[in-house]
Design a protein around this ligand. Sequence first.
Ligand code: GUN
Length: 299
Amino acid sequence: MAGIIIDGKAIAEKIRAQIKKEVEELKEKGIIPGLVTILVGENPASVSYVTAKQKTAHELGFYSVQENLPENVSEDELIKLIFKYNEDPKIHGILVQLPLPRHINERRVLYAIDPRKDVDGFHPVNVGKLVIGEPCFIPCTPYGILYLLAETGVQVDGADVVVVGRSNIVGKPMAILLMQKRKPVGNATVTICHTGTRNLAEHTRRADILIVAVGVPKAITADMVKEGAVVIDVGVNRIGTTPDGKAKLCGDVDFDSVKEKAGYITPVPGGVGPMTITMLMKNTLESAKAWAGLPSEVA
Ligand code: GUN
């Protein structure tokens, strides 16, 4: 029997409606959550992500600023801009879209962001807090996946979770979050697989929940999935262009075959993607509350 398709768009809409309501309530107190997104160069994927983030911020009633810097901007110029927003009281979240051009040291740039405005959760202060289970900014993609799992109602507590991919943005924080007793879901037994894993299918076939973030189109096929498993596909691979000029996308999971075997599965697009942007908004909202001295999930 075909698995249930997890509608990330619908779940994201529901959370966005809650955020919008909170933003309206904050406005009555004179607080407007502010987000700046900084884009360097014109990478088409990055342009499309940043545009979507700005559009959502606007729809939810945030104060939002878009900074577009040329591909050849110097590292010092970029850091100077970050320092400006570190000091700007209207801004509660600073996001530098990755990847950055090769001449820029990504780590130096991310470390320049005030950890109290680091809505991506990439600063080592937030990474450290995440690992020891303190309130902090949680990276948006794994944070969104926690909510997807919670909304779907699948059993995470005690489940065997296999995360394929060990990136700082998805794989590592995802594994840490799911092994913790954190809200909204956790307490799972987690295995991380990567390019050094000897027999990948042996691990993935054991997974009650399989989370894939490797950036390889259709890397996971039906024979690698347990009957009834929950399959979360983080991949967004551009595999061509549609007749109307839009990017043709495909995940890291071979959706057509795996959906026949999985209990639940996320589509690409419309699964994890909308949740990532939603959690960026949640982080910015929580940041604004923290800066105003109100109770917040990030402080
Ligand atoms: N590039 C791909 N994913 C992300 C993300 O979550 N945040 C930022 N800043 N850049 C990205």
